[in-house]
Design a binder for this molecule. Structure first.
Ligand code: OGA
Ligand code: MN
Length: 295
């Protein structure tokens, strides 16, 4: 069987067939998936009934796995899954649906804001691989917005204005914007803002894209309210329906997206229902900008 990809949206997103993610992949298969990712930025694989171990093994074909530390408020003793896996479910360690006022649940509601995974890390994420172990079908879509197309559609004057800009990203900003808090002293340290370029260039295709995320709290050198207003305008532009593909989950789908080229968010659903989603994340290669110690 060989890999084929069917485009799902006029701009991006592909559906892959002819591959079984439970088996070791050949170099040619890895190259075909990477090439598909470079082009489509999000790939959907249906019918992949995989274990955590198989998900981790498949993910390693694309780089180093980012550890799920520094990205949540779950105490180590409350973790349900290994550190190789980001728990994107609505479950506690006993597989019970989290209570409405559970701190972990309220924090995870931040995934409903448009974002790019780990843009709050100095070396942000390359790919995310999300496996739908138990999905909901009424709501709970994951939406993707193509930041390459959004960049291309900007007026030339705006492209020139944003070319060299650097933003500060932090979970304190995205969660703070939802009224989440207070943060512990330890979280304030862990979630210290990092810097990222606002315009980034894909290392393989050379395409430019807007590096937006709800984790952005300011632009270096700008008054914060002006920065927030400017970023909100850009995000509104970048998430127009024409740039968005909505993925409706089927059980055992695995979806890979390129955080360097897209934003994504999850849509609301009935939270009395179990939604067990598990994410492996591939580290990027380098910071997008030199980091500077905060005073
Ligand atoms: C993620 C995320 C989307 C979803 O896994 O990074 O934002 O559909 N979740 O749960
Ligand atoms: Mn995410």
């Amino acid at each position: 069987m060989s890999i084929t990809i069917r485009q799902l949206h006029p701009l991006f997103a592909g559906e892959v067939s002819g591959i079984d993610l439970r088996r070791p992949m050949s170099a040619a298969e890895v190259a075909a998936v990477e090439a598909g990712m470079d082009q489509f930025a999000v790939l959907v694989f249906h019918g992949q009934d995989i274990t955590d171990e198989q998900q981790v093994a498949f993910s390693r074909n694309f780089g180093k796995i980012e550890q799920a530390v520094g990205s949540n408020v779950t105490k180590p003793e409350d973790r349900r899954l290994s550190l190789d896996i980001a728990d994107v479910s609505n479950l506690d360690k006993d597989n019970k649906v989290l209570a409405r006022d559970d701190r972990q649940r309220m924090f995870n509601l931040g995934n409903r804001l448009w974002h790019s995974d780990s843009s709050f890390r100095a070396v942000p994420a390359k790919y995310s691989l999300l496996s739908g172990r138990v999905v909901v079908t009424d709501g709970g879509n994951t939406e993707f917005a193509d930041m390459r197309a959004a960049y291309d559609a900007l007026p030339e004057a705006t492209k020139a204005e944003i070319e060299g800009l650097v933003c500060e990203h932090s979970l304190l900003y995205s969660r703070g914007s939802m009224g989440f808090g207070p943060f512990t002293a330890e979280e304030l340290v862990t979630f210290k803002p990092v810097r990222q370029r606002l315009v980034r260039t894909h290392p393989v295709t050379g395409r430019k894209s807007l590096y937006l995320s709800s984790h952005i709290g300011t632009i270096v050198g700008w008054p914060m309210p002006e920065a927030r207003d400017f970023i909100r305008e850009l995000a509104e532009h970048a998430t127009q329906r024409r740039f968005v593909h909505a993925h409706q989950w089927r059980q055992h789908d695995l979806v890979i997206w390129d955080n360097r080229q897209l934003m994504h968010r999850v849509r609301p659903f009935d939270e009395t229902k179990v939604r067990d989603m598990r994410r492996t994340t591939i580290q990027g290669e380098a910071p997008t900008v030199a980091q500077q110690e905060a005073a």
